[in-house]
Design a protein around this ligand. Structure first.
Ligand SMILES: [Zn+2]
Length: 299
């Protein structure tokens, strides 16, 4: 405790000292020193009540971890607060979303920034990876207390190292273009036990920095990039109960267009459904007449 108080005094006095200095002396190095001191303080602070999230599947040598577990859907993801800390200080402009992009899966979202912009941890956690990875460039991965990991890619400079404890808002490094990046941006991924989850299904990326809900049930749809388009925002469905999520998973509705010669019996057998289910979904009876071109919902 004494060290904490001593460091706070040191940090505060250094901070006010540097503000009184001439602009030439107020260099990025001195602000980096303040950053790292305050980072050290928050680290000390949060260690006091930390739950050990590094006990299992903790590998600081790999950007992605193979959990070897079959996760049961829907995934239950809980947040302690209804807000998160924005990874960048400027307003967030999404330049590419989670989804299919040029025939490949884009498993994160791209947020515009200028090289040298500071990046911040979105939630409390421990740095699992801070290293170069081909494609992602200089990358920091933080594991959080709810099982999520956030991945920050294309950095120009690291501000943390593996096993550092961070709190929401801790400085992680500077954004840039390292790795396979056409322009400077933050490539942000969110994974749950190794499964890449659509970040927009968890968080709202507007200026309010809200989580979608403190209790979220995530269906498989939000873990499959091929079902989303990186250029368009997907239609969001938020489930705050397990029942609602399961009901939606069991109901992949399709539209069937009635063709010449179709009968309810023929449509139901060819679409692996029942006449009763067809009638119920389309508010019709067994004796209703079908029209060519009529659209039927098949659930
Ligand atoms: Zn990206």
């Amino acid at each position: 405790m004494k060290t904490i108080i001593a460091l706070i005094i040191l940090c505060l006095s250094f901070n006010s000292f540097s503000q009184n200095l001439s602009p030439e002396f107020n260099t990025p190095e001195s602000s980096a020193l303040i950053d790292s001191l305050s980072h050290y303080l928050t680290t000390l602070n949060s260690k006091e009540n930390a739950v050990d999230i590094t006990a299992e599947y903790w590998d600081t040598s790999k950007i992605k971890i193979d959990y070897n577990t079959e996760e049961k859907f829907p995934l239950h993801i809980q947040f302690k607060d209804s807000n998160y800390i924005s990874p960048i200080s400027r307003s967030k402009v999404i330049t590419s979303r989670y989804g299919w992009r040029k025939g490949r899966a884009h498993k994160g979202i791209d947020i515009d920034l200028i090289t040298g912009d500071s990046l911040f941890a979105m939630f409390d956690g421990v740095v699992r990876f801070a290293n170069y990875s081909s494609g992602h460039g200089r990358t920091v991965v933080v594991r959080h207390h709810n099982g999520l990991e956030t991945l920050y890619a294309h950095l120009s400079r690291y501000g943390v190292k593996e096993n550092d404890t961070v709190v929401a808002g801790s400085y992680l490094g500077k954004g840039g273009t390292s790795g396979n990046a056409r322009g400077s941006h933050l490539h942000l991924e969110m994974t749950y036990k190794g499964i890449p989850v659509h970040p927009e299904s968890l968080l709202d990326f507007d200026e309010n920095n809200n989580v979608r809900a403190k209790d979220l049930w995530i269906t498989k749809t939000w873990t499959r990039p091929e079902l989303h388009n990186s250029k368009r925002q997907s239609h969001l469905e938020i489930f705050s109960t397990e029942e609602a999520a399961i009901a939606s998973m069991n109901k992949p509705a399709r539209v069937y267009i009635v063709k010449k010669g179709d009968t309810l019996s023929r449509i139901s057998s060819r679409n692996s459904t029942s006449i009763a289910a067809l009638c119920k979904s389309n508010h019709m009876s067994r004796n209703s007449t079908l029209r060519i071109g009529q659209k039927l919902i098949i659930e």
